[in-house]
Design a protein around this ligand. Structure first.
Ligand code: F6R
Length: 268
């Protein structure tokens, strides 16, 4: 795992946006794995600005989101579909038909959605770059602590902690789902490249555990230690509990010349 520590959340968003633009310049029909939540909002704003400046195009890109709530229609403002449309898709040149979320319509059996979603990802050629945030409890997607490290896309029950963390997005009287469909940990690990972003002190413990703790289902993000191409981009606050800070800064500096010469995606 490569650990990159930047000054603040603007730098994190910028660093991630530059990588996505680099990927799309190299492979215009790249398959992107996307996330919702607070973390990627600044990244999406940056991408929109770069698109408007003619610095990136999504015309041939395909996207797969990590997760979607169960029991909320796509056109509900609380759905992750609405989030993605509002925060990114409607502001860029992506073809909406090429944007996927693990949605489940009312007449469908939610337990069938997972396998169909996985097939769709495989048919698209697999995910080139997966963007992730991390929950304060170490979750990725909605793979809560205890999720199998071999899990595939499926229905998951959110923990009370996640429901409370996400309640800030819902009005008091609004239905807040306790179930979601999420890519599994094994699904995420199949992405060719992974970029996990974390900002703020409230993420510092989870970042420390996933990076320097044991690989364990109790910290789902720790499974990324098994992935061959994962980078974490952190701000100073999210990195504040890491024990090997000096080492990460040192390796980042040593790698810079290679990255400027060959880029991040030499294998694609
Ligand atoms: C979002 C997702 C979640 C979030 C995580 C962090 O699609 O799958 O794992 O990335 O809960 O959320 P924020 O960014 O709101 O702190």
């Amino acid at each position: 795992m490569q650990v990159i520590i930047l000054k603040d959340s603007d730098d994190v968003a910028n660093g991630a946006a530059q990588r996505i633009a680099e990927l799309l310049a190299k492979k215009p029909n790249a398959v992107l794995g996307l996330a919702t939540g607070s973390t990627p909002i600044a990244l999406y704003q940056r991408l929109i600005a770069m698109y408007r400046a003619g610095e990136v195009s999504f015309r041939d890109a395909v996207t797969f989101n990590l997760d979607e709530y169960l029991g909320i229609a796509p056109d509900n403002r609380q759905s992750y579909r609405s989030f993605m449309n509002e925060q990114l898709f409607k502001h860029i040149d992506i073809d909406l038909a090429n944007t996927y979320l693990p949605e489940c319509s009312q007449e469908n059996n939610p337990r069938r959605v997972g396998a169909a979603y996985e097939r769709r990802i495989a048919d698209a050629g697999g995910i080139d770059l997966q963007i992730l945030g991390i929950g304060a409890n170490g979750h990725i997607g909605f793979n809560e602590p205890g999720s199998s490290l071999g899990s595939r896309t499926r229905v998951k029950t959110l923990t009370e902690r996640t429901v409370i963390d996400n309640s800030r997005m819902f009005d008091a009287k609004e239905f807040q789902p306790r179930l979601a469909i999420t890519m599994g940990i094994a699904t995420i690990l199949e992405a060719r490249h992974i970029l996990l972003l974390a900002m703020g002190e409230h993420k510092a413990t989870a970042v420390h555990k996933m990076t320097e703790g044991p690989v364990t289902a109790m910290c789902p993000a720790s499974a990324l230690q098994m992935h061959r191409n994962t980078a974490l981009i952190l701000d100073e606050a999210a990195a504040s509990k890491l024990e090997e800070l000096d080492y990460y800064r040192w390796t980042h500096l040593q790698n810079e010349p290679l990255v400027s010469q060959y880029g991040h995606f030499h294998d694609l």
